[in-house]
Design a protein. Structure first.
Length: 80
């Protein structure tokens, strides 16, 4: 990964920004799959049902997102 004046991904498959990097770039698909498996395992071991709502915020600040979801579920009655 080098410095460039272009916002086009090195793989030429999108604009290089956080969402593309975490969820779309083909260059990182193997690493992304492993990361998602690890997060899913941690999610399940922590006693949560289902799968997390994948987002850039969850990946960069998971404690903030899960704290917000817990607060939200108290008010909406939803199970996150």
């Amino acid at each position: 990964m080098g410095l460039t004046d272009s916002k086009i991904c090195e793989e030429a498959d999108g604009i290089e920004e956080a969402y593309h990097f975490f969820f779309q770039c083909t260059k990182y698909s193997d690493s992304r799959d492993k990361m998602k498996q690890d997060i899913q395992r941690i999610w399940t071991v922590s006693g949560r049902d289902g799968s997390p709502s994948w987002s850039v915020a969850l990946l960069l600040a998971p404690f903030t997102v899960t704290a917000h979801q817990s607060t939200e579920s108290r008010y909406t009655g939803s199970n996150i």
